[in-house]
Design a protein around this ligand. Structure first.
Ligand code: 13P
Ligand code: ZN
Length: 271
């Protein structure tokens, strides 16, 4: 059996959480990540017949039965993951009842998965139903995206359009746009269900006045989605109080989307 601390998926989680902390997106215990793993890959590092503990999830995830995830722990700080992955992360498998997480590694101090597990696993189910290659869900509190929530209308078309206008590459990176939920109580099954319903249509979902969710095939891709939104939001926040002299036109965004061959939300442009 290989050493789990050398597993690529553990190292990737360490690097991603460290980067997100370094960028100031994940203060204290802010943010959480879940990453769907291959059983064969997990078996190289763990005896998967040895369950440390069983933890009820509080919701039903029938299409995830038998699936393995590495998930950040609740109350854990992203800045500490690299120094102590076994306390701050856990590897779980969804039991046959669909409602129990079997802990195979991690949460060494008796802890458990993120309080946002409903939003994560329900989003995995929603994304997998439209993209079988989806593996990652990331939640974060990026500073400028959050700042923009307080000064920009929380309308999906208007918010996406503003972001697309801020960086030439935006419409190419997230042509499907950004879904938005109003402020809701976090950590609940209700916000999980609302997020998952948006995730059928969008890979990015803003939680009003709280943060953002991203979903993708890899940690890199998902991180890059949130990073691109955050860059656009930063430019918006640096310029929104000044007169706009130049802008990327809708006709130019259409030209970009067509040149790069992406399937963009045509109803989010004003043409
Ligand atoms: P957890 O510490 O439970 O992951 O919660 C952090 C967070 O960002 C809640 O939305
Ligand atoms: Zn949060």
């Amino acid at each position: 059996m290989k050493d789990i601390l050398t597993a690529p998926f553990v190292l990737e989680m360490e690097n991603t959480t460290a980067n997100m902390y370094r960028l100031g997106w994940d203060e204290r215990n802010g943010g959480n990540i879940s990453y769907l793993l291959d059983e064969a890959e997990v078996k190289e590092y763990l005896d998967v017949s040895s369950v440390i503990r069983e933890i009820p999830t509080g919701f039903d995830a029938p299409s995830l039965i038998g699936k393995y995830f590495i998930v950040t722990g609740t109350g854990k700080y992203f800045k500490n993951v690299k120094d102590d992955p076994e306390t701050n992360l856990g590897i779980i498998r969804i039991k046959e009842d669909g409602k129990t997480a079997q802990l195979l590694w991690g949460y060494r101090d008796g802890g458990k998965f993120t309080s946002e597990l409903p939003a994560h696993l329900m989003s995995h189910m929603a994304r997998l139903s439209v993209d079988p290659e989806n593996r990652v869900v990331i939640h974060s509190h990026p500073t400028y995206t959050l700042a923009m929530n307080f000064v920009h209308e929380l309308d999906e078309k208007k918010f996406t359009h503003t972001l697309w206008e801020m960086c030439t590459e935006c419409i190419v990176v997230f042509p499907d746009g950004v879904g938005i939920l109003p402020w809701m109580l976090c950590g609940t099954n209700s916000i999980g269900e609302a997020t998952a319903s948006k995730m059928k249509e969008f890979r990015l979902v803003v939680w009003g006045m709280h943060g953002i969710y991203g979903a993708g095939k890899s940690l890199d891709e998902t991180f890059g989605l949130i990073e691109t939104v955050e860059k656009a939001a930063q430019i918006y926040m640096l310029t929104c109080h000044m007169p706009r002299v130049n802008t990327i036109k809708d006709s130019e965004m259409k030209e970009l989307a067509e040149f790069f061959g992406v399937n963009y939300r045509k109803d989010f442009l004003n043409l």
